[in-house]
Design a protein. Structure first.
Length: 116
């Protein structure tokens, strides 16, 4: 499977962005999906995840209440709606898919820059 993340950009604090991650190949509807982010010199950190049917969602404490993860299995796409953005949300955001066999697939990152 190939994952293509897009939707990043430069915004002001308090603004919103929606990231998308489109999958091609594989069986997207059976994958648990997640978003991670990474800043220079730091480890990649978990942001949010959604189960394969979308029934369960998970969030890092730092984004809870501001970010919403969702998916559209008909469109093979997972989304991350980011509201009330803060400068500390600045990072490269990556999507990840995990299949039934616990194989992980990473997309390329999309840069989000939030200025104060």
């Amino acid at each position: 499977v190939q994952l293509q993340a897009y939707g990043g950009g430069s915004v002001q604090a308090g603004d919103s962005l929606r990231l998308s991650c489109a999958a091609s190949g594989g069986s997207f509807s059976t994958y648990n999906m997640a978003w991670f982010r990474q800043t220079a010199g730091m480890d990649r950190e978990f942001v949010s995840a959604i189960s394969w049917r979308g029934a369960s969602t998970y969030y890092a404490d730092s984004v809870k209440g501001r970010f919403t993860i969702s998916r559209d299995n008909d469109k093979n796409t997972v989304y991350l709606q980011m509201n009330s953005l803060k400068p500390e949300d600045t990072a490269v955001y990556y999507c990840k898919g995990r299949d039934w066999y616990q194989n992980d697939y990473w997309g390329q990152g999309t840069l989000v820059t939030v200025s104060s």
